[in-house]
Write a protein that binds this ligand. Structure first.
Ligand SMILES: Nc1ncnc2c1ncn2[C@@H]1O[C@H](COP(=O)(O)OP(=O)(O)OP(=O)(O)O)[C@@H](O)[C@H]1O
Ligand SMILES: [Mg+2]
Length: 449
């Protein structure tokens, strides 16, 4: 498809000249004055407009003002008489891409128009790139670089602006609630409520009142009619967290709402209709529970319309350094500290299996940074089970029984120095001695880098 060029000039001869000049390369449209140009802009998209500044009534400057005002994505180039150079300057200030002086140098003219067309193409490319990138920046609070999470983002993008029922699977601490919130708050229901229900923490006997509400007098203590979570979520999203925890009884009632979006308050006889998106989450395998008879198959299929599986942190280790950096920044800021991790500490953090996933990582970093007394955090500040998991040759082996104390000390110091790349402060701290003492021991045992 040819690129489009609008030529706006009140002189018939110039219009015709420009038409002949460009008709083979571009799809050229002519306008005899500013008014006609504006009318054309209302109905057409042009890549570039070549506009004469001096025109009666609606001038070229007026056309430029119109383009700017209406955010029209046409690149304007202006034509001006040699003596009107001030106008050219003004036009550039108003967003003209370039100017051509009359009498026109036809070579400069073709180059300028060519460049303007090229600029338009670039702008379009950037626009489409931005559009492409936008969805993931929607989820900018979700830290991740891994391709495993990229798949999660793609699924999320697909459900943002529809009402699809979503079931999020993932081990504890993988970010299920974070994902549910991101879907709601980036979707078309974002100005309506997001109502989380933690099915694990509500006692069995209360789950129905929680979900569906009750009428005044429905039971002792029901002093006034109260809305349940489904009604509170009307227009928005209900997040049924740890869905595996609800009883078969409650599952049957839930099935009806999921199917019909309709329910009765406890003790009520009026059907209540709600418009809610349902997102549920589970860290248990519901399919297995179906086999055990503890989860209804029909409910499962209703909830599992769009499944999103969140990978455990150990399945996406490339996210670990990002998350460490993320929480390091957050907690340093929160506690007004400047903590960093030494290499060995970092290595342990990276190699650890993180059974509690992101939540565990967040908690460990929170504690370590809060309690850090020095700026450099050494492995001994980490929880013991992590150090154990990470330690391969951490001096844990038993020494030869008849080795002298001196040579044991020498071995130990040398090992630590190697491990910490001769970081004297770090090793001195681990050994619980001053740097000066460490230096004198190194001299005594003749340990050099
Ligand atoms: N990719 C991530 N980027 C940033 N923070 C994350 C990410 N994943 C999880 N978190 C954070 O980790 C913590 C746990 O996340 P969340 O509560 O969403 O997990 P969950 O799967 O619902 O866990 P649980 O099973 O324990 O309820 C939250 O503080 C959350 O903000
Ligand atoms: Mg949760």
């Amino acid at each position: 498809m040819k690129r489009t060029l609008l030529v706006v000039d009140d002189e018939y001869g110039i219009r015709e000249f420009l038409y002949e000049l460009f008709r083979d390369i571009y799809d050229v449209t002519l306008a005899a004055d500013g008014k006609e140009a504006i009318e054309l802009f209302e109905k057409n998209l042009f890549d570039v407009a070549l506009i004469d500044l001096r025109m009666p009534e609606v001038s070229g400057i007026d056309v430029l003002a119109y383009i700017k005002d209406k955010n029209i994505e046409t690149i304007p180039v202006v034509i001006t008489a040699d003596r009107d150079i001030d106008h050219a300057v003004e036009a550039m200030k108003m967003g003209a891409y370039d100017y051509i002086t009359k009498p026109m140098d036809y070579k400069k003219l073709t180059v300028t128009i060519h460049n303007a067309i090229e600029k338009k193409g670039l702008e379009e490319k950037i626009d489409s790139l931005e559009r492409h990138i936008l969805p993931s920046s929607l989820f900018s609070n979700i830290i991740s670089h891994s391709k495993e999470m990229r798949a999660v983002f793609n699924s999320m993008e697909n459900v943002l602006n529809n009402d699809a029922t979503v079931l999020i699977y993932g081990e504890s601490g993988t970010g299920k609630e974070l994902i549910a919130r991101a879907i709601h708050f980036n979707g078309n229901r974002s100005d309506k409520p997001f109502i989380p229900v933690d099915c694990a923490s509500i006692p069995e006997s209360l789950i129905e009142t929680e979900l569906f509400g009750y009428e005044k007098g429905a039971f002792t203590g029901a002093l006034k009619t109260t809305k349940g979570k489904f009604e509170q979520a009307d227009g928005g999203t209900i997040f049924l967290d740890e869905i595996s925890n609800i009883s078969l009884d409650a599952q049957a009632k839930l099935l009806r709402v999921v199917q019909e979006r309709e329910f009765l308050r406890i003790g009520g006889d009026k059907k209540i209709l709600v418009d809610v998106r349902i997102i549920s989450a589970s860290n248990k395998d519901l399919k297995k529970m179906i086999q055990d008879g503890s989860f209804r198959e029909d409910l499962y299929y209703r909830l599992n319309v769009i499944p999103i599986r969140l990978p455990a942190l150990r399945e996406r280790t490339e996210d670990i350094p990002l998350l460490i950096q993320h929480y390091l920044t957050i907690f340093n800021e929160r506690y007004h500290k400047k903590v960093i991790f030494d290499n060995e500490t970092l290595r342990i953090l990276m190699d650890y299996g993180w059974p509690g996933n992101v939540r565990e990582l967040e908690n460990v970093l929170n504690r370590v940074i809060l309690t850090a007394e020095k700026d450099v955090v050494l492995p001994n500040a980490l929880p013991q089970e992590m150090r154990k998991a990470g330690a391969s040759d951490d001096g844990a082996e038993t020494p030869d029984s008849d080795i002298s104390l001196d040579s044991l000390e020498k071995q130990h110091i040398r090992k630590l120095l190697m491990k910490y790349d001769f970081n004297i402060s770090a090793v001195a701290e681990i050994l619980g001695v001053t740097r000066k003492t460490l230096y004198s021991k190194m001299e005594k045992f003749d340990i050099k880098k």
